[in-house]
Design a protein around this ligand. Structure first.
Ligand SMILES: [Zn+2]
Ligand SMILES: [Zn+2]
Length: 334
């Protein structure tokens, strides 16, 4: 399914210098610096520009004027809450169907995920399912076998025409496209950008009003509005991005393998800590359907406990148990 150009990505960082003509100097530079096989014509600007711009905006956090303790707290809490849209919503719910929730909650979680600017539900799900089908093979969109930085971020910057087709979505995310809301997002790609900008504006506006009320004048309002925008939206977006990307990169590079899964997935405690359990990635590749990735007592899976909380609230059903639990339940029935 992957474009043939994807197969030609140089292995292991590609640090070797190569003679390049002026027409492909960018490609040569990127190959030399970070091992990315990207030319001007294959740059995926729709991803590259937002990623560069939001990273740049997040640098305003370095200005003391933009700092507020409330902004910092909002960024930290937001990293978990919005990250849940990705971990619980996009990943365990939509990609692996490890649980069922009411339609309104499914769409809400997906909308929270959209505020992380990580692609539409159908495209995220299709790409991740492709990763599971072809883990660390040439067709894998982000295997670290093509370089660590490629698996972390580089793969997002190169066009992959085969993954932009309807046939690709139909093969890997037909169930997602069955939903009217998710179909609408595919038909109107800029809507995701509008959703992101709207949510950022809400942070700015809320900070403006709270600052005005607590500080007594609009100067305080503007300052707190800017702080909540920078920390609550931009810094948090960057944190969630790198959290998700670390699952693709670090959890296929560093850590231990409990199971021989035939690829490089690993259990990485640091990624698990940052990404609410998602770093127990070898466990996940061993049993992708399971709602829980906790196979040992120390492999704490916060996302699963949130799924159990949803169940307690009557909002989650059909939670898929780990394979060994499924097997013993099946043998007890026979
Ligand atoms: Zn993986
Ligand atoms: Zn998965």
């Amino acid at each position: 399914m992957q474009s043939s150009s994807a197969v030609s990505v140089p292995a292991s960082g590609g640090l070797q210098a190569e003679a390049v003509s002026s027409s492909n100097s960018v490609r040569g530079t990127l190959r030399g610096l970070v091992g990315w096989d990207i030319r001007w014509v294959t740059v995926h600007w729709e991803y590259l520009l937002p990623i560069v711009v939001v990273h740049a905006f997040s640098l305003f956090a370095l200005l003391p004027w933009c700092f507020s303790w409330s902004g910092l707290v909002i960024a930290l809490i937001g990293t978990h809450v919005f990250g849940m849209g990705i971990n619980l919503g996009y990943h365990r719910l939509l990609t692996h169907r490890s649980l069922k929730v009411p339609l309104w909650l499914e769409r809400t979680l997906a909308t929270i995920a959209l505020c992380c600017l990580e692609d539409t539900p159908a495209r995220w799900v299709a790409t991740h399912r492709l990763h599971h089908v072809h883990s660390d093979e040439p067709e894998d969109p982000h295997t670290p076998r093509n370089g660590a930085s490629w698996s972390h971020i580089g793969w997002l910057f190169r066009r992959a025409p085969d993954r932009r087709t309807l046939a690709f979505l139909d093969k890997y995310a037909r169930d997602i496209l069955a939903d009217r809301y998710f179909r609408f997002l595919e038909r109107h790609p800029t809507s995701t950008l509008w959703i992101y900008m709207a949510h950022a504006a809400i942070f700015a506006l809320a900070g403006l009003l709270v600052g005005r009320l607590t500080g007594g004048d609009w100067t305080h309002g503007v300052q707190l509005g800017a702080s909540w925008l920078v920390w609550g939206a931009f810094v948090r977006t960057v944190l969630v991005w790198h959290m998700t990307w670390s699952v693709n990169s670090l959890s296929h590079l560093f850590g231990y393998q409990t199971y021989e899964t035939g690829e490089d997935s690993r259990n990485n405690w640091l990624v698990a800590l940052l990404a609410a359990g998602e770093g127990w990635h070898n466990n996940h590749h061993h049993d992708p359907a399971s709602a829980s990735v906790q196979h040992q007592w120390w492999e704490f899976d916060l996302t699963y406990f949130e799924i159990l909380l949803l169940k307690r609230l009557g909002l989650a059903t059909d939670i898929i148990q780990p394979r060994h639990v499924r097997r013993s339940a099946a043998s007890a029935r026979n």
